[in-house]
Write a protein that binds this ligand. Structure first.
Ligand SMILES: [Zn+2]
Length: 211
């Protein structure tokens, strides 16, 4: 793992320096997967107020099954990434994750040996099947997050449908298999090509959702 010293500013106005990871390898740093999955990756405790902080900095994870390199772009850099004006190099990663939740999701998907393009297409079907909103109601910004498998079903959290509530959807393994069987064709077609083309494979490319 490589690290760099970062200058951290807490909301309590305490500032301090901390070494945070800039790159790691799934094989050489086996603990990294769990740190990302349990949310403790890049987390710090403010020495002033004791609050837990999770600042996001660019980070490269190499040796990720199915992806090769996975590069974390902080959520605050999303606009710059989309405008192609990032102030740093991402190299040529197999995948980009924007923000921690997406990094977590990609690592989970890779660990399960799944195809993230199929997962994003499943999200698309969830979204288009669930936003038949009442007339005149403005379309809400709905985020969908993959949470893993429960026996033969894939579990997704749906955020933003109802204020303060997280919905849960479970889609059958069969649907995953059906999409996977012709995913190479689908990803060349509309609307899938707009969010399945690497490196940033994410439904958020077309929904603009924050998660
Ligand atoms: Zn603090």
């Amino acid at each position: 793992m490589t690290t760099a010293q970062r200058h951290i500013a807490c909301f309590c106005e305490t500032t301090f320096d901390a070494d945070l990871p800039t790159s790691a390898d799934m094989g050489a740093d086996p603990e990294i997967e769990q740190l990302i999955l349990d949310g403790s990756f890049m987390s710090l405790t403010c020495p002033g107020c004791g609050k837990r902080l999770t600042p996001e900095y660019p980070f490269r994870l190499t040796g990720v099954s199915g992806f090769g390199d996975l590069f974390l772009v902080p959520e605050t850099d999303r606009g710059a990434y989309e405008r192609n004006t990032l102030g740093y190099e991402t190299g040529s990663p197999g995948r980009i994750a924007i923000g921690f939740p997406e990094l977590q999701e990609k690592v989970l998907i890779a660990g399960l040996g799944l195809d993230d393009r199929v997962i994003e297409i499943m999200k698309y079907y969830l979204l288009t099947g669930s936003t038949s909103a009442a007339d005149g109601e403005q379309e809400k910004e709905v985020g969908i997050v993959y949470r893993g498998k429960e026996s033969t079903r894939h579990v997704f959290n749906i955020i933003g449908m109802k204020e303060g509530e997280i919905g849960v959807a479970r889609l059958a393994e069969e649907l995953y298999g059906r999409i996977a069987s012709d995913v190479e064709t689908r990803v060349k077609e509309d609307p899938f090509q707009d969010f399945c083309a690497p490196p940033w494979v994410s439904l958020r490319r077309i929904t603009g959702a924050s998660v």
